[in-house]
Design a protein around this ligand. Structure first.
Ligand code: CO8
Length: 255
């Protein structure tokens, strides 16, 4: 049984397309065991290496995006699993979250570039109940995104927050629809939109926004300006601006 599956949403005839990666370990609410991580990392490396892929959607099931690292596997372990592939991926990753996104599952969503949540989504860092703290970046990423007091509440009490709270707190960009599968459909639409742009500009956009979490403001502004100027050496910049002036749709060649 595969623990993650990758499905291609449109044929390769399209210049740029958008796959859907689904975490598929329903009996354990998609707890992130080593084989699941290995398959996820492999899928992401494939995504990154394929020039024809514009953006990717990562999802779980209706009941759980992922209920955390696998506690049964982790309990006797000195922990060190590789979470690196996700944060190294150059392509935008959209998390479509329904149900539980807890512990490492919440951290996995936070490592994605955009989070869309269904109204059933529940986010939490319950590690405190296990005698530990978040270890996949949750304390740091949450503090940047939702601030100190809310992060402290989540990390120190272990309380799950609702999709609505996550939206109000700026953790997710939107709560989407109320029908089953709606959040995945919306994420795929968003991936299609991103895949229709210049992929050089998309990857540059991802890189500069992420830099805001690592650099101070002055460094970040310099970095953004350098990348912005660099894009004027691309054919896509010439095409994008010419198309605007000529009142037509741009045909990006991703070069
Ligand atoms: N690990 C292993 N198995 C799990 C996990 C998990 N995180 N979550 C659920 N399961 C299993 C259950 O054991 C159960 O299996 P079984 O039927 O064999 O007993 C099955 O999934 C269904 O779960 P429940 O019966 O508990 O379902 P409920 O609907 O009653 O409850 C909950 C759902 C509330 C989500 C509950 O399962 C729960 O509390 N799960 C654990 C949540 C949790 O504590 N997550 C944090 C884990 S620690 C972590 O993620 C640290 C990350 C560190 C990253 C470091 C990187 C270097």
């Amino acid at each position: 049984n595969r623990t993650a599956s990758i499905r291609f949403m449109s044929s390769k005839q399209l210049r740029v397309y958008h796959p859907l990666i689904t975490l598929n370990r329903p009996k354990a609410l998609n707890a992130l065991c080593s084989p699941l991580f290995a398959e996820l990392n492999k899928a992401l490396l494939e995504v990154d290496a394929d020039d024809a892929i514009g953006a990717v959607v990562l999802t779980g099931s209706e009941k759980a995006f992922a209920a955390g690292a696998d506690i049964k596997e982790m309990k006797d372990k000195e922990y060190s699993d590789d979470w690196a592939a996700l944060s190294k991926t150059r392509k935008p990753i959209i998390a479509a979250v329904s149900g539980y996104a807890l512990g490492g599952g919440c951290e996995l969503a936070l490592m994605c570039d955009i989070i869309l949540a269904s109204p059933t989504a529940k986010f939490g860092q319950p590690e405190i109940n296990l005698g530990v703290i978040p270890g996949g970046g949750g304390s740091q990423r949450l503090a940047h995104i939702i601030g100190k007091s809310r992060t402290m509440e989540m990390v120190l009490t272990g309380r799950n927050i609702s999709a609505q709270e996550a939206e109000q707190w700026g953790m997710v960009s939107r709560v989407v629809g109320d029908g089953e599968g709606q959040v995945v459909k919306e994420a795929i639409e968003m991936a299609k939109t991103i895949a229709s742009k210049s992929q050089i500009a998309v990857q540059a956009g991802k890189e500069v926004v992420n830099a805001a979490y690592e650099l101070n403001l002055a460094e970040g502004l310099r970095f953004e300006r350098r990348i912005f100027h660099g894009l004027f050496a691309t054919k896509d910049q010439k095409e994008g601006m010419a198309a605007f002036v000529e009142k037509r749709k741009p045909e990006f060649t991703h070069s």
